[in-house]
Design a protein around this ligand. Structure first.
Ligand code: 4AD
Ligand code: MG
Length: 465
């Protein structure tokens, strides 16, 4: 269907002035006043709708136009003119209206503004609102910015498998994948290899929680790689930051140590935020107006600011000295809870903070053990308002230390023989991190809940769409 994008008309008004254009889109509002029907038409190419002026004196389809409901799909033609009310804005004097698809009075998006909670119940329609138009455009631009950042630096984009036999994080959050007959009695011991012998893969399989382990094998061949794909966690935590399916970006770099990783993560965050600010000005203005006052200022500051680096041990000290009554006790060895992370980023530093060198017991088996015997060379990047958006570490490259740690954790070593092989053949210091796409999107848009930055969010008990 030949037609112009509404965005193009707004951006090149002078070029289109006095010419006839054809537009396709959906009715946002319709109102009738003394023989003139005003329709706001939106085609999704930008947040704004364009005003169509259907005058019964000039348009034989006037009667058709006035009968339309909000949500109807139209193909219209008309002359581009300066708006009667505001000369800066174009509007269209319509000469023909063709109805592509009618709508009805039951169309759920009647009001200008609905609550995000209500819109979740009609997730198949919510992309038609300005909020979700802006969210999904920023998500798209952000994704490409991430790719561009790594591509410009010579990283190879790797597609790691989604079906996997290894639980990278070992947190017991892996969704199981099976073709076993559910009516067959389940054996007592699920870890028994016999139980899964008849299963599709002949062993226990699941949806990946992280592409890291496979990514490491590629980094040890190609030097610098990154993954960018969906990861899955049977997260029971019902929070505004956790989803069962989320997209993760995981760079892995051979011949790199923790400080190199922190430098890379800092550069990446600054790069992608600058890119979104530059390429999504309308959307970002919208978020500033409707979701977070001061958002643009906050993001501009991030780009210019140094990020803080804080030892876990010093974080504990800070929290203890704060005299704040935290719900969760602060002790060396205890995990930092959201309230602690927020205190550190929002109250103490008011900027992004890399917390480094966590106690070994808190972190995954693969992390580089520090000489103190108590901590690992890990880092979490915490952002004000959102908390952890990146988790990463230098990897344990010493075969014996890694194997010992896996045994201590009672992991099935034979399942990871290929991962251990990396430490046998040309082992080298290497590091990587995982960035949660939805988490950084929350930070960039000022939206408060992960359910509102994913197309069809997967959380416990929710699989409607
Ligand atoms: O800290 P995590 O668990 O680290 C890993 O998975 C490592 N294998 C990454 C690596 O070193 N290659 O997760 C990384 C990031 C978190 O910081 C967070 O942003 C996001 O993934 N994330 C989630 N996002 C949404 N919902 C969840 N349930 C998430 N769990 C982690
Ligand atoms: Mg983490």
């Amino acid at each position: 269907m030949k037609h112009e994008d509404i965005d193009k008309i707004f951006k090149n008004k002078e070029q289109f002035l006095d010419s006839i254009v054809t537009l396709c889109g959906w009715v946002r509002t319709v109102r009738n006043s003394r023989g003139i029907c005003f329709i706001e038409l939106n085609d999704g190419t930008c947040l704004k709708g364009i005003q169509l002026v259907v005058d019964e004196k000039n348009c034989p389809d006037y009667e058709i136009a006035v009968r339309q409901n909000v949500g109807a799909a139209l193909k219209v033609s008309g002359v581009v003119v300066n708006s009667y009310k505001n000369k800066e804005i174009p509007e269209i004097n319509i000469t023909s209206v063709e109805v592509l698809g009618v709508s009805s009075q039951e169309y759920p998006l009647q009001k200008k503004r609905h609550t995000l909670e209500f819109l979740r119940t009609i997730a198949h329609l919510r992309a038609r609102t300005n909020t979700f138009n802006a969210v999904f455009r920023v998500r798209s631009v952000l994704s490409i910015a991430i790719h561009r950042f790594f591509q410009e630096r010579g990283f190879v984009y790797v597609h790691t498998p989604i079906l996997t036999g290894s639980d990278c994080e070992g947190a017991g959050e892996m969704f199981r994948v099976t073709t076993l007959d559910p009516s067959k009695p389940v054996l007592q011991s699920e870890s028994s290899r016999d139980y899964y012998a008849d299963d599709f893969f002949g062993k226990k399989a699941g949806l990946t929680v992280s592409g890291q382990l496979e990514g490491e094998t590629m980094a040890m061949a190609l030097g610098k790689i990154y993954t960018f794909g969906p990861t899955f966690r049977a997260e029971n935590s019902n929070t505004a930051r956790h989803a069962a399916e989320f997209w993760q970006i995981e760079p892995e770099i051979a011949f790199s140590e923790l400080p190199d990783l922190i430098e890379l993560a800092t550069d990446m965050i600054k790069y992608i935020i600058s890119d979104v600010l530059k390429n999504c000005p309308e959307e970002m203005k919208f978020f500033e107006q409707h979701y977070e006052k001061g958002l643009l200022e906050k993001l501009k500051l991030i780009v210019d600011q140094d990020f803080a680096v804080l030892e876990y041990t010093d974080a504990i000290k800070l929290l203890k000295e704060s005299k704040v009554e935290f719900e969760y006790p602060v002790e060396w060895g205890a995990d930092l809870q959201t309230e602690h992370e927020r205190y550190i980023t929002e109250k103490v530093f008011n900027k992004p903070v890399f917390v480094i060198n966590y106690p070994i017991e808190l972190k995954s088996f693969y992390m580089k053990q520090n000489p103190d015997g108590k901590t690992v060379a890990a880092t979490d990047l915490l952002l004000p308002g959102v908390g952890e958006i990146i988790g990463g570490s230098q990897r344990e490259d010493d075969f014996d230390k890694l194997e010992r740690r896996m045994k201590d954790l009672k992991m099935t070593i034979q399942d990871y023989w290929w991962y251990l092989d990396l430490r046998k053949y040309g082992s080298a210091p290497h590091s990587g991190f995982g960035l949660g796409l939805e988490r950084i999107l929350l930070y960039i848009t000022g939206i408060g809940n992960i359910r509102d930055v994913a197309l069809y969010p997967r959380t416990k008990g929710n699989l409607e769409f």
